[in-house]
Design a protein around this ligand. Structure first.
Ligand code: SF4
Length: 236
């Protein structure tokens, strides 16, 4: 049997910039490859034009161990489309590293994670009239694939520690979030995070509706600390 491996766009050590573990020093492994094509994707080198090298899980585990960092984030791209992500997550757990998996939740597979970070994609993500999609086929595929409620509910059933991060553009996204949550099982309000779309720091004057939504529903506002600290740069 061949050694398990993954296409990797980049690995790096930084602080976690989003979600419940914001600020925690982490070793990141970003897979190259995604089954979606979000219009606003901030890692096109892992989705629209995936670039990376095939790396063995053993080598990645050695790098994570050598970093001495106690938290790992498996992100993408879409980690769950690759079978070997389960090997990497299990190996990290075996060396005592806390594992976060960041996924859009379109694919279910049994995998270890200490925090499952689900980011269901809203209609604002569909690449309508995107020049990178000359035939429109990718927009159609994205729209058909972006919400898989069977996969989302199976992932939620497997992982007690979870967060649901929604990338929001305007207040018009709120009814869709409510509709998505209505089809998911056992999601507590404190596990729902709203993150403003964009690769620059959001204008506070334009976020009143978002803050109000969190206050009235018990959801969390999700900052992007890495954008604040480093800008939209690779390896952060
Ligand atoms: S799911 Fe994530 S990696 Fe894939 S296209 Fe959307 S934002 Fe980019």
């Amino acid at each position: 049997m061949s050694e398990p491996s993954l296409p990797i766009a980049e690995t790096f050590v930084s602080i976690q910039g989003e979600g419940k573990l914001t600020g925690v020093p982490s070793w990141f492994a970003r897979v190259a490859g995604c089954n979606l094509r979000c219009s606003w994707c901030d890692t096109p080198y892992a989705s629209w034009e995936p670039k990376g090298a095939q790396r063995s899980v053993a080598g990645l585990l050695e790098e994570a161990r050598a970093s001495g960092i106690g938290h790992a984030v498996l992100t993408g791209g879409e980690p769950m489309i690759f079978e070997a992500v389960a090997d990497l997550a299990r190996g990290l757990a075996e060396i005592g590293v806390h594992v976060t998996i960041e996924t859009a939740g379109t694919v279910h597979r049994p995998v270890h994670s200490d925090l499952l970070s689900l980011s269901p994609k809203l209609a604002n993500s569909t690449p309508i009239d995107d020049p990178r999609d000359t035939t429109g086929a990718l927009a159609v595929r994205h729209e058909q694939s972006r919400l898989n409620f069977d996969a989302l509910n199976a992932l939620l059933a497997d992982h007690a520690e979870r967060q649901l991060k929604f990338v929001v553009a305007t207040a018009a996204d709120l009814p869709e979030i409510e509709a998505v949550l209505g089809r998911l099982h056992d999601v507590a309000p404190q596990d729902v995070l709203l993150m403003p779309e964009g690769v620059a720091s959001p204008d506070p004057d334009r976020l009143d509706w978002l803050v109000e939504s969190c206050l009235t529903r018990g959801w969390r506002y999700c900052h992007r600390l890495h954008i604040e600290l480093f800008g939209n740069t690779r390896g952060t």
